[in-house]
Ligand binder design. Sequence first.
Ligand code: ZN
Length: 468
Amino acid sequence: MSAINFKIEKKLTVSGKNSATNEESLYRAPLGRAGILTTPHGVIHTPAFVTVGTKATVKGITPEMLEEAGAEVMLANTYHLYLQPGDEIIAKAGGLQGFSGWNGPTMTDSGGFQVFSLGVALGKNITKFTKSANGELAEPQIQAPAPEAKSGSKNASKSEADAILREDGQVLKPAQIDANGVMFRSVIDGSVHYFTPEKSIQIQHNIGADMIFAFDECTSPNEPYAYQAESLDRTHRWAKQSLEYHKNARDSKTGELISDKQAIFGIVQGGRHERLRKESAEVLANMKVKIQDATGADSSSEEVREVSFDGFGIGGSFAKEDMGDAVRWVNEILPEDKPRHLLGIGEAEDLFDAVENGCDLFDCVMPTRNGRTGTLLTKFGKVNIMNAKYKDDFTQLEEGCGCYTCKKYTRAYLNHLFKAKEMLGGTLATVHNLYFTINLVKKIRQSILDDNFAKFKAEFLALYLKRD
Ligand SMILES: [Zn+2]
């Protein structure tokens, strides 16, 4: 038994209706689908945007506001919650839902991305997108605060202060990978921690989300092929360990299998290499572990059965222009009847690409992060509300938008809040940006149901990407 159930409602069709735009060849082998994903805490209508609540909160808004914005699922971050407040505190609170007040479906990532982007790869430019040909960086580079130097090392250079001193006296980088896991320094206090696949899953059991991820290594796309291949083997070994540990773990109080309440997704890696991406999809799609089912009080009647991943994540960095290809290679191989989550994607144009290439779920900090800095998403593209021209603009932020912010406030008021650095500004902008993104994916879903995807995509992007 899996903790989740996924049903395809309708597949994306081509139907030749799009001949007017000459785009038919693009949709030759559409992989997109609209589906229904049932979790222990409710139903997700896919494709769906997954709101990021890194530290068990979507920054600046309440769970009620999140619900009103149309969100069906929230993703929290294993790395951050492990460091603060600690996963055991969350377990005591009854899990992520009880702790945060968000009662809908939840996910946690494995912590792999943060361990690497804030540790091993610090300064190596790990982001969701790499620099494209024209040198534009799609996502700001992740930067960790410098860990505090330990006492007695006041005169140490920064690199020395960041290093991990192991018990055997060997000095390591801010994070150090070995065959079994990763040792890393906390971004909060510089303390040293070690993640293994089992440790990551154990933390995710304590956090208690409906869907969790296998521990993986997220490489920088700038690493050479040989390293990508070596890393991929490690990620596959860790995936197997994650699956094995998760599927056999039992609730210490009830004795029930945890996998009946929490589903696990394997993460496809492989950098920008077609061969590695396809290999990764093959390996994970076919990965199975044996578990024992207690069929009664008599333990001798236990049955052994084989189980596999409940869903799949697609991880790593992409060159923006070839994300669609990378996703298609993978989704042509992954089993059709399981959900697929593209990690860290949320720009409008990327959402269309991801959906038509077969992804069901996406998460991204872009809408909330942009909201906090006064960048608002509208059907005409991104708008900086601090621009002086909005000072006395008493119109709605976005005409026709059904969100709380647009129904109640004017551009002039938002302009004022941001100029005056009032905290309500970030809250109202976050509400709008989330509504915009969640609603866009809902419209994409509807367009699949209505056999109207290509037309909707062309019309939406013509307005959204128009530069004046
Ligand atoms: Zn709005």
